[in-house]
Design a binder for this molecule. Structure first.
Ligand SMILES: [Zn+2]
Length: 344
């Protein structure tokens, strides 16, 4: 029996195993590849990879890589599954500890963004709120936090987390990353180089702590973390994985412990945006003047009225501002969108 079948069952790989066991946890079995690399299936969609002791880790780092936190965002799930198949087939060797995560297996099985509640709003302890009690997604957020904490305490040095997504909404910038807000920190140049290596040429700096998976790993684990948006949502098997080769190649290079490619794109090849205003639904008199179908990163001229209510009118300031994640259909008090501006 092959290692793959030993770990995932006859005829299965990690993805098909995760889809088939979405409702219950897996055993904590450890299998070892011919070269000594250990693989531990800690739970459905939760796989710990450890290089053999004694192998050097040239970049002295540890990686958490997640996909499928939104279950219908299939391309990054297929990217991770393919990388794992390559590793298990002996096509390359692992240099650093890696925690691979498929975030929401039941939603993946249902080809849905989520089942009961958006998993990517439940981290940083938000899963403990009374309104989420008993929901499988709250339980999953809790168990993913525990798994990441255990991984981080075992491998605290240079921990990085990339949470990979694709989007439903069109975007004028196809690939972009969100850098969670942590008081007083600046983004390292090496991380910008990595994003460019992965064909991600737009970065949005967040302005306050959130409850996303990447916010949790930044704030609680001290990781360099990013939510990475890689393109459009499509069903399993319908993705053109050629459009995702940048992230696949960059992650494979990191897992192999190779140095970054020399003479690649200069760091100023990235466009950095910062948040200038968070639009909230202020209640009955709230009027939002951005059309429902506007693409992310659509820019508005200075003076454009974006929203108003009976006491406030928000106009674009003296430089153009863009919008990301617009959604007017949110309860009072919640976020309708973010206004952003290119950093000068
Ligand atoms: Zn997503």
């Amino acid at each position: 029996m092959s290692i793959r079948e030993l770990l995932f069952g006859p005829g299965r790989d990690w993805l098909s195993h995760t889809l088939s066991t979405a409702e219950h946890a897996s055993s904590e079995q450890v299998v070892v590849l011919d070269d000594g690399t250990g693989l531990q299936l800690q739970d459905s969609g939760l796989l710990y990879l450890e290089p053999p002791s004694g192998r050097s880790n040239p970049n002295s780092e540890s990686l958490i890589v997640s996909a499928g936190v939104h279950g219908n965002e299939t391309a990054p799930i297929e990217v991770l599954n393919n990388l794992l198949n390559e590793l298990m087939d002996g096509k390359w060797q692992l240099a650093c500890p890696v925690l691979l995560i498929l975030g929401n297996p039941p939603a993946m099985g249902a080809n849905a963004r989520f089942i009961d509640v958006n998993l990517n709003r439940l981290f940083g302890g938000a899963h403990r709120k009374p309104e989420y009690r008993g929901l499988p997604e709250a339980e999953r957020a809790w168990s993913l936090e525990r798994a990441c904490e255990a991984f981080a305490s075992r491998h605290p040095a240079n921990l990085c987390h990339y949470d990979l997504h694709t989007a439903i909404r069109p975007s004028l910038r196809e690939k972009f990353a969100l850098y969670p807000f942590v008081e007083g920190r600046n983004i390292p140049a090496s991380q910008i180089d990595f994003l460019l290596e992965a064909d991600v040429d737009t970065l949005l700096l967040q302005h306050r702590e959130g409850t996303t998976f990447a916010s949790f790993s930044s704030t609680t684990l001290g990781a360099e973390s990013f939510t990475v948006e890689l393109g459009k949502v499509r069903p399993f098997g319908e993705n053109d994985l050629g459009r995702f080769s940048g992230i696949a190649n960059a992650l494979r290079r990191r897992m192999k412990g190779e140095k970054p490619p020399q003479g690649s794109k200069p760091s100023d090849g990235i466009t950095i945006f910062e948040v200038v205003h968070e639009i909230l639904n202020t209640g009955d008199s709230f009027r939002f003047h951005v059309p429902d179908d506007v693409a992310n990163f659509t820019l508005f001229d200075p003076g454009t009225v974006i929203w108003e209510d009976d006491t406030t009118c928000y106009r674009v300031g003296d430089r153009p501002e863009g919008i990301v994640f617009p959604n007017r259909h949110v309860p009072v008090g919640q976020r309708v969108g973010l206004m952003i501006r290119q950093r000068t």
